[in-house]
Design a binder for this molecule. Structure first.
Ligand code: ATP
Length: 343
């Protein structure tokens, strides 16, 4: 659906040059919600703005729905951009126009007939829950309502893709959640592919199907959110995940349990066990430990969800003979649990 091929972006000012994107290769599938996460300056804005050529890459290709945007004439590009909507952190609304006129703006630009504009704007305002506010001006709206206007405006030309540039970063947590819910609703109801950039892992966890981690202009990690979350390979990814691990395991507990059981230290092991999907709800742990006659003691635990996927993470002290501990750990892994021995 969206393909970025060997994309490089270099900013030059005078003798100085900054390479914001370095040979990016990325495929975003039709109908998915794809998140790009990175620290400030990593290249997120540049990357998302390259998708509709608001920013022209220095080299490489941007292919959307089989069309190479970098090869289009200005008028062809203008037409193609109608199939790519965009929303922004600071909403970018016309302050002197009403809610209705803000949403109607792209339709008037596209010279759609008046009756069609009225029907469509009313329908979009209903979709985003603002039908009662159509005559208000942006200054009379809350941040969340302004972003809803931004979303309705972005959908006016029936885009296939919606680009979200830090769309919830200026909103409080509750409003953020309602906008994220709206994006999921739009993705499901209209089948629109959504690409979002953020520096907040909870946004990725809440709504994305896949995630790319960008660092220093490179994509350093990419995969399904649940897989990247449970099995991060890069330090930068671990840092983002730490943002949302509600209460990180306090490692002093490890030392305390070691002291408490110092006489049986060969017969105990501390493991971090991660569950994903259906296995979260199955009694695998009790079944496996009972089978092998191993006892366990829970030192820490969380159960939560990523979009629609439940997951759990437990830190356990397993107690039994070394041979039984080995076979128990092997059996947990055979039952599709991630197991890491941490003490
Ligand atoms: N117009 C520009 N001219 C020169 N350098 C730029 C320009 N825009 C971005 N940069 C530089 O390119 C790099 C990537 O910037 P970009 O804005 O894409 O990062 P970002 O991840 O979106 O950061 P933030 O979250 O702070 O917006 C940074 O080093 C930035 O200073």
């Amino acid at each position: 659906m969206i393909e970025l091929i060997n994309l490089t972006k270099e900013y030059r000012s005078g003798k100085q040059s900054i390479t914001a994107l370095k040979h990016i290769n990325l495929q975003i599938h039709e109908g998915e919600i794809f998140g790009i996460i990175g620290h400030s300056g990593a290249g997120k804005s540049t990357l998302i703005r390259c998708i509709n050529l608001l920013e022209r890459p220095t080299s490489g290709e941007v292919v959307v729905d089989g069309v190479n945007l970098t090869a289009l004439s200005p008028s062809e590009l203008q037409a193609k951009r109608r199939s790519i909507g965009m929303i922004f952190q600071h909403f970018n609304l016309l302050s002197s126009a009403t809610v209705f006129d803000n949403v109607a703006f792209p339709l008037r630009l596209a010279k759609r007939p008046k009756s069609e504009i009225k029907e469509k704007v009313d329908r979009l305002l209903q979709l985003v829950g603002l039908e009662a506010h159509s005559h208000k001006y942006p200054a009379q709206l809350s941040g969340g309502q302004k972003q809803r206007v931004g979303i309705a405006r972005a959908l006016a030309n029936d885009p296939k893709v919606l680009l979200c540039d830090e769309a919830t970063s200026a909103l409080d947590p509750q409003t953020t959640q309602s906008i994220l819910d709206l994006l999921v609703d739009i993705n499901r109801k209209l089948g629109i592919t959504i690409v979002l950039i953020t520096h907040e892992m909870h946004v990725i966890r809440a709504i994305c199907d896949r995630v790319a981690v960008i660092d220093g202009g490179n994509i350093v990690e990419l995969g399904k959110v649940a897989e990247v979350f449970l099995n991060p390979r890069q330090d930068v990814t671990r840092e983002f995940i730490a943002q949302i691990i509600e209460s990180e395991f306090d490692r002093t507990i490890l030392q305390e349990t070691q002291k408490a059981h110092h006489e049986t230290n060969g017969n105990r092991r501390v493991v971090q066990v991660s569950f994903l999907g259906a296995s979260t709800y199955e009694p695998i742990l009790s079944r496996v430990t009972q089978t092998h006659g191993v006892h366990f003691n829970i030192l820490h635990g969380t159960i939560s969800r990523m979009k629609d996927v439940p997951y759990g993470r437990l830190v356990l002290e397993l107690i039994g003979s070394p041979e039984l501990l080995d076979v128990t750990i092997r059996d947990l892994i055979a039952n599709h649990l991630e197991v890491e021995v941490i003490g």
